[in-house]
Design a protein around this ligand. Structure first.
Ligand code: PAF
Length: 288
């Protein structure tokens, strides 16, 4: 395990000291915000900390690369682990406590609970990563239980995840306000993501096309083009740029349910997942 005592902000991998600190804050009447992450922090994550600080008196961030949300053959081993630089960034962003548990503590031998989620988890990511949202739901439920936050912030970059967590919090009666943080982008439109570090120079050159394709798809829907035609155009453009397209779809913005055929008459969101080499990129934009 890394030496957390060397980090430049209060950091713990220990549940008891996490609980003691948060209980102390709550006794003082302070509101606690929480930003769960898998580390390899970039400005997008730090903007979530800033958002939490707007709404809470103290902010906890977690860093845990959650094995339960990776299938065999996915990038669990390759996922960048940069705990010390992450801790320094969090301290600079004004985060008050870093919780960095280890896998054997989160999932000790004999761990057997599963959380099955439906509703907004249906389709899109689930069609390609069927294990993903149950893995996210179990770890976020455990982290919520451990941190006991009043609010938690999730990035819109993972829009489906945001809606899945909102639904889970409603379903389980958890007294936590789930807030959305806007997607931060590079100058050419590429959404910030820890996985962008995997892109070669050539792939990085192509990656921003995802934003352009989604922006044109959303603009077509706003102009009243029926979604099937607009989606066909987006898929054809994506096929020219990307090595593989998992999906490019328009869905209901509130539930992620499929849209009725034809023109779009309700708040909608366009969402996509594509591949460049071994790197999977996801992104989404509001329509309107
Ligand atoms: O979005 C992420 O980084 C992860 O899915 C989360 C929410 C931290 C759960 O592991």
């Amino acid at each position: 395990m890394n030496d957390l005592t060397a980090l430049p902000l209060p950091a713990t991998a220990d549940l008891l000291s996490l609980r003691k600190t948060v209980t102390g804050w709550k006794r003082q009447g302070l509101r606690v915000g929480f930003v769960p992450t898998m580390g390899a922090l970039h400005d997008g994550h730090l903007s979530l900390i800033a958002r939490a600080k707007e709404k809470a008196d103290r902010v906890v961030a977690s860093i845990f690369v959650n094995p339960a949300q990776f299938a065999p053959g996915e990038d669990f081993d390759a996922y960048p682990r940069t705990l010390e630089t992450d801790a320094a960034k969090l301290a600079h962003a004004g985060c008050d406590l870093l919780y960095a548990p280890v896998a054997s503590d989160m999932y000790p031998d004999g761990f057997s609970a599963r959380l099955s989620v439906d509703g907004p988890a249906r389709g899109l990511e689930t069609d390609f990563r069927p294990h993903f949202f149950s893995g996210v739901a179990i770890v976020v439920a455990k982290l919520f239980n451990r941190v006991q936050p009043d609010i938690a912030v999730f990035g819109e970059k993972d829009y489906q995840q945001l809606l899945v967590i909102r639904q889970m919090v409603r379903d389980l009666d958890l007294p936590i306000d789930i807030m959305a943080g806007e997607t931060l982008r590079e100058r050419d439109g590429l959404a910030l993501s820890s996985r962008n570090a995997y892109l070669s120079t050539q792939e990085r050159g192509s990656a921003a096309s995802l934003y352009e394709i989604l922006a044109a798809f959303a603009a077509d829907l706003e102009k009243g083009v029926d979604w099937e035609t607009a989606q066909g155009k987006a898929l054809a453009k994506a096929a020219n740029v990307f090595d593989r397209v998992d999906y490019i779809e328009a869905r209901c913005a509130e539930t992620l349910a499929p849209l009725p055929g034809g023109k779009v008459h309700q708040p909608a969101r366009v969402l996509a997942a594509v591949w460049l080499g071994n790197t999977r990129l996801i992104d989404n934009l509001p329509v309107g």
